[in-house]
Design a protein around this ligand. Structure first.
Ligand SMILES: Cc1ncc(COP(=O)(O)O)c(C=O)c1O
Length: 411
């Protein structure tokens, strides 16, 4: 493969027109979409319309007339189309961390009295672990958290397990759990399953219903491109909804918020997982981005994602040999999400040097550089140029500059 081949692939790419919807700076290659998705023109237009028209002119009327009050359900249903959920199974609310809290507590209550163990993998994303630790701290025994090695999770499943909480695509390596198989085995063990889809939605095919998933959460600001801190979403399978209760009884989760009754009565269905007023400016950005997502064929996205990551692996294998870079993601494309993790002892400094050269990825300790292969706005030639830049930095050893040794707050 050479650069001209990559340019050819771009010319034949059926998703190339979608890239034109994204407002990427000319001199930047953006490989960080697994951390913060890129800005698109529909998002700018959506936020602008909400602020100037709906808020500016519609004022209070917009809660009804612009459909603000239904936004968490409406956007949830749109995300549901991407994730194989039925209408009424996903709602958009709060952050992934808060949604994890709501669903874990609900699951523990549902599984009382015998099953009170949350089972997870020790290397799960820290917020998932922290939320579970906080719940155990709050509730005390017999509530318990078991954090076990990734490859052994299911061997710890027993008749005290309430819920198995896993991240579908690992935030570090990009390794993927087999959602259908794990869910089946968790159910056979009598427990519920909760999937964190933060690195899956918009990155690879997900079929919540097809896999009979009980509970799920995920970020709106990564591959879904909803904007920095965009609201998260939560999923509760329909048959469970009436038996599940959120631990946060807010007015937006009430059966009739505008009756202003003093007694809490949960909303029918998924709406009971709402708590406070929907953040409309943020939701406008997220909705516009999801609408863009719904115009593209998911299979084409997934095909390109795999082609981009296979290309990057091939180029790294060929061109970075002898410089201490190893591929930390699975080589089997069926076991990999949409980002590639490269390991190097000086990963942080190399990431900084890449950023200074206009290639933006990120770093996760102790030694991983992450590059996301986002098919909506990344070209094949961007992968070529990224590896080219990486080779240049490795050979020139510019990453040894003293300034790159100092860690910034966000890595
Ligand atoms: C797997 C996973 N879960 C949760 C989060 C964070 O979620 P939030 O910031 O919405 O609480 C992240 C952020 O990177 C993540 O990778």
């Amino acid at each position: 493969v050479n650069r001209a081949d990559c340019l050819d692939l771009d010319r034949q790419d059926p998703l190339a027109p979608i890239r034109e919807q994204f407002l990427l700076p000319e001199d930047i290659i953006f490989m960080g979409g697994n951390s913060l998705g890129a800005l698109s023109s529909p998002v700018v237009a959506g936020v602008d319309r909400l602020v100037r028209e709906e808020w500016g002119k519609g004022l209070l009327r917009s809660w009804n007339e612009a459909g603000w009050i239904d936004a968490p359900h409406r956007i949830g249903n749109k995300i549901g189309q991407l994730l194989g959920a039925l209408p009424g199974e996903i709602v958009v609310a709060d952050s992934t961390s808060v949604d994890l809290y709501k669903l874990l507590i609900s699951a523990l209550r549902h599984q009382q009295p015998d099953r009170q163990v949350i089972l997870t993998e020790a290397a799960n994303f820290p917020t998932d672990l922290y939320v579970a630790q906080g719940i155990v701290d709050l509730l005390g025994p017999p509530t318990e958290l078991k954090m076990v090695p990734r490859t052994e999770v299911l061997s710890y499943l027993d008749d005290r397990t309430a819920v198995v909480m896993l991240t579908h695509v690992d935030y570090g390596s990009g390794d993927v759990f087999d959602m259908a198989d794990v869910t089946r085995r968790v159910h056979a063990g009598g427990a519920l399953v909760l999937w964190d889809l933060s690195h899956s939605a918009g990155a690879m095919p997900v079929n919540l219903h097809g896999c009979d998933v009980d509970l799920a959460v995920g970020c709106g600001y990564k591959y879904l491109n909803g904007g920095p801190g965009a609201p998260a979403y939560l999923y509760v399978a329909q048959p469970l909804q009436d038996a599940f209760l959120s631990p946060i009884w807010g007015w937006m989760g009430h059966a009739d918020p505008f009756a202003f009754r003093g007694e809490y009565q949960p909303h029918q269905g998924i709406g009971r997982f709402l708590a406070g007023t929907p953040p409309m400016i943020a939701l406008a950005g997220l909705e516009a981005s999801i609408d863009l997502w719904l115009t593209v064929g998911q299979e084409a996205v997934w095909r390109k994602s795999r082609e981009l990551s296979e290309l990057m692996i091939e180029l790294v294998d060929q061109r970075c040999r002898g410089y201490g870079v190893t591929i930390a993601s699975p080589r089997d494309p069926d076991r990999r999400g949409s980002h590639l993790a490269l390991r190097h002892p000086a990963a942080y400094a190399i990431k900084r040097a890449l950023t200074d050269r206009g290639v933006i990825g990120d770093f996760r300790p102790p030694d991983v550089m992450r590059f996301s292969l986002t098919p909506l706005y990344l070209r094949y030639v961007d992968v070529w140029d990224t590896v080219d830049c990486l080779v240049d930095i490795l050979t020139g050893r510019n990453y040894l500059a003293a300034e790159y040794a100092v860690r910034e707050t966000v890595t």
